[in-house]
Design a protein around this ligand. Structure first.
Ligand SMILES: [Fe+2]
Length: 341
């Protein structure tokens, strides 16, 4: 049988039902018939048709009730229902439409009119289903390609970070640990997930500008000369230059540029103050200081977590954003946060 459409015809009068199914079958439709509301529901539920032609006046369960129940279950909700009835009052029709019918055919009907309506609604419904499938397909495709993009973005960033750390073995893992702490602080501060993601990426590459600092200076034990320190300080600006041309969905380059800025304007490179500094950078600053103090450096051993937390607490509101400091201290003191290796 050609796939013209599966129709369920429902009428409690055998002669009417017979007439209806004969017309439809002649036209090439696959027709099942039901002589009562109960049987109609059973047939529609076990094998949903593409269209239901439904009589209204039936004993026990009338057409309205059948329609209501079809619209109430997921498998048959979208099946179009056309009422076929001798009742022609407007309010009866209106009620049918309110329940969810798509059309109304008044008995006695013209064969051609009936077929025209059946054809139209079958076609409409097929188009609608096709559209739904397309949208679904596209949504899945989009989600997958976005996931791939994110993954390759993270891969590239991680490669960039590894390139810097290769030249500076003393700070290997520093950027990752800072990124993890910054994410924990941002999450504690209940920042949106999207923003937290940006903070993570900025954290992972925040010292990328050190790639332009001579390796001997980076790993020099002992005190740095003023010139050497000036060279190191250039790394935030250098990082900005390296990252600014990449079109991230977050202001990564700016965050990196500002991670040594301090609330009171005593930071570098631009001596920004308060609100001039991005919150993301303020978070990174605190995470950077804490991680650096806890870790061993070529010129000194690790200073310990207590010293690091005392340092940020002491400078809360002066160098560091108070809310960021509070979130960071809460993480370590109350939530048992650990800087991993
Ligand atoms: Fe830095």
């Amino acid at each position: 049988m050609t796939d013209k459409g599966k129709i369920l015809a429902v009428d409690d009068t055998p002669a009417s039902l017979r007439l209806l199914t004969d017309i439809l079958k002649e036209e090439g439709y696959e027709v099942r018939s039901a002589i009562s509301g109960e049987l109609a529901l059973h047939a529609a539920t076990s094998n949903p048709p593409e269209l239901v032609l439904l009589d209204i006046r039936m004993p026990e369960m009338d057409g309205y009730e059948v329609c209501r129940r079809l619209k109430a279950q997921a498998t048959t909700r979208d099946v179009p229902v056309i009422f076929v009835s001798a009742v022609s009052e407007t309010d009866v029709k209106v009620q049918g439409f309110e329940i969810g019918a798509v059309d109304f055919v008044t008995k006695p009907y013209q064969r051609d009119e009936l077929l025209a309506r059946v054809r139209t609604h079958l076609e409409l419904n097929r188009l609608r289903n096709h559209l739904e499938d397309l949208v679904e397909e596209r949504t899945v495709e989009l989600r997958e390609s976005e996931k791939k993009l994110r993954t390759s973005l993270l891969d590239s960033i991680t490669a960039l970070a590894a390139a810097v750390e290769m030249r500076d073995p003393y700070t290997a893992g520093h950027q990752r640990r800072v990124a993890q702490l910054a994410v924990a602080i941002a999450t504690e501060m209940q920042l949106p997930e999207e923003q937290v993601e940006g903070i993570y990426l900025a954290g992972v590459v925040h010292d990328v500008g050190k790639i332009q600092v001579p390796a001997e200076i980076l790993s020099k034990p002992g005190k740095l000369s003023e010139l050497e320190f000036t060279l190191i300080k250039e790394h935030s600006q250098n990082g900005y230059e390296i990252l600014k041309t990449i079109d991230f969905p977050w202001p990564i380059a700016q965050i990196v540029a500002q991670h040594h800025e301090r609330l009171d304007g005593s930071g570098y490179p631009q001596a920004l103050r308060g609100d001039q500094i991005l919150l993301d950078a303020k978070i990174l600053a605190v995470a950077d200081v804490v991680e650096s103090m806890v870790s061993h450096r070529p010129y000194r051993p690790g200073l310990g977590l207590d010293a690091a937390l005392t340092e940020i607490e002491h400078n809360k509101g002066k160098l560091f954003d108070p809310l960021v400091v509070e979130a960071c201290i809460k993480l370590f003191r109350e939530q048992g946060f650990n800087l991993s290796n």
